[in-house]
Design a protein around this ligand. Structure first.
Ligand code: SAM
Length: 225
């Protein structure tokens, strides 16, 4: 019997955004490595998945957990990796486990599904043929500007941002790239989903006009024309 690690995408908000294959795989797995088991309980309850969850992230007892997973898969078990939301390893823990499995020549299979960056891009109205994904931008302003400048090729620029840093990041976009057209995809697939569009200054004004800036954000910047 050959074991495998399945890298399983889970919803980014709306619990219905999960594939049949993902649910079957999670049910069939011997156990599921999860970024935060407590967080994933809601999903497991919604789909009657009673597979044990084992906490996994890139800091917490990482080598022990990877060693055990490697031995289990060599022994023929199928196990899954999930993160709190979306596709594991994409600005999320899991890279180290996937790398080790590949280095060991073990089977690793993706079970594709939601990812905030692709959902945002697909509905943004910005060019989709080429894009650069920067993950989360650096915390210091100088480094943010450098990263943005180096990403300024003939492609839509995409990055993830949190509510408390969104304005700072937009100011860095303006400093690095000028008052370009940006699209903010907020709370995708959730009740308060919205796309905020305009030049950088305009979008900053729209955000500041809100009683408070909340939620999860994907920022997309139009390429230079
Ligand atoms: N692995 C995830 C994926 O595939 O999209 C991304 C995880 S990363 C830790 C979390 C960031 O993704 C958030 O801070 C936000 O920038 C973005 N994100 C996740 N869910 C989102 C949503 N529903 N709407 C907008 N952005 C979202």
């Amino acid at each position: 019997m050959s074991g495998a690690l399945f890298v399983v995408a889970t919803p980014i908000g709306n619990l219905s955004d999960i594939t049949f294959r993902a649910v079957e795989t999670l049910k069939r797995s011997a156990y599921v490595l999860a970024e935060s088991p407590h967080h994933s309980k809601r999903l497991f309850e919604a789909y009657s998945i009673d597979t044990p969850l084992v906490k996994y992230n890139d800091d917490y007892r990482v080598e022990d957990i990877i060693d055990r997973a490697v031995e289990d898969v060599k022994g023929g078990l199928e196990i899954s990796l999930i993160s709190d939301a979306g596709t594991p390893t994409i600005s999320d823990p899991g890279y180290r486990i996937v790398k080790r499995f590949r280095d060991e020549g073990l089977r690793v299979e993706p079970i594709p599904g939601a990812s905030a960056l692709i959902a945002a891009l697909s509905a943004s109205g910005l060019p989709t043929d080429k894009f650069v994904f920067l993950g989360f931008l650096p915390k210091t302003s100088g480094r943010r500007v450098n990263v943005l400048r180096s990403a300024d090729i003939d492609a839509t620029i995409i990055f993830y941002e949190s509510p408390n840093r969104i304005i700072k990041s937009l100011l860095s976009v303006k400093e690095a790239l000028g008052d370009r057209e940006v699209v903010i995809a907020r709370e995708l697939t959730k009740v308060y989903e919205e796309f905020i569009t305009g030049g950088v200054d305009e979008v900053i004004d729209k955000l500041k006009a809100k009683p408070s800036i909340k939620g999860e954000f994907v920022v997309l910047v139009r390429k230079h024309v």
